[in-house]
Write a protein that binds this ligand. Sequence first.
Ligand code: NAD
Ligand code: LMR
Length: 329
Amino acid sequence: MTRTPVNVTVTGAAGQIGYALLFRIASGQLLGADVPVKLRLLEIPQGVKAAEGTAMELDDCAFPLLQGIDIFDDANQAFSGANVALLVGARPRTAGMERGDLLAANGGIFGPQGKAINDNAADDIKVLVVGNPANTNALIAQQHAPDVPADRFTAMTRLDHNRAIAQLAKKTGAAVSDISKVTIWGNHSATQYPDIFHAEIAGKNAAEAVADEQWLADDFIPTVAKRGAAIIDARGASSAASAANAAIDHVYTWVNGTAEGDWTSAGVVSDGSYGVPEGLISSFPVTAKNGRFEIVQGLDINAFSRPRIDASVAELVAERDEVKKLGLI
Ligand code: NAD
Ligand code: LMR
């Protein structure tokens, strides 16, 4: 193997998403089947022993592409030389916690991690924030990394994107592989807006094929937007394998590009497109080329979509204002 390995830092490595994610990274699914990787795992001190156990299992897989595993409880060390950073570890919401409490707890994690990325990561660092509230955690990290181009910080809405494709396939009987150009707008939360007005099924407009606005409003949108809560209700724990799968999809697409004529969804720093205030990390339709996401421009936003996009963006603005008030950005 002559290629230089890519350093992939994963936080929250001992958690349930970490367990579903690390083996797929090590097997080559994150970056490509010919790209060697070194894993750098970050945990809190109480999580280190379990991360060591996972590292033993990774060893036992004898993955040809895996060239090393290091485990840290110090962010500066964990992000040293990182080319890709998956920020999964976060403080979960517990009973009685207000949104402000959750934002404050996570500000205490994502601010220092953003600074550690700023000070230690490789020049080509790409960051995906998975830990919730993902968009605002990504914003906090990005604001603490002034030397890193802002567009290297992204938040995960690929799980929502994949959920929307799956629901559309179920409704229409179409194959998943025939569905393109679905969009998730806004926040990774129940206010997100999954939009099929520009989506296509085997080249035909999806909204016209469905021709059922009531299904869209009363079934499709709430099913996709509240799927995370439905999984927690059914499984007794939040989505893990599907979240790890979406993280793999997000980074693979970012690095290797979107297919011609398609796009994906990602939380990226707004340039003001579609009326989303500049600087917010909001989900948009994006293409990827040469290792960069670009917001798809020029889509018509109809009267059904506009208030739904605006409502989710308003929630992001409120979260940003709250973390500003708390002195976290
Ligand atoms: P988990 O509780 O099983 O694991 C989280 C891990 O993070 C734990 O091992 C914990 O020790 C570790 N951790 C906590 N603080 C840390 C820190 N400062 N540094 C490093 N590690 C730290 O949770 P999970 O099921 O793996 O989920 C992780 C996060 O992903 C949660 O916030 C969850 O809500 C979020 N999530 C996001 C999406 C999405 O689509 N964006 C989907 C599913 C879950
Ligand atoms: C999901 O979308 O499955 C998760 O973000 C849900 C959660 O609150 O962890």
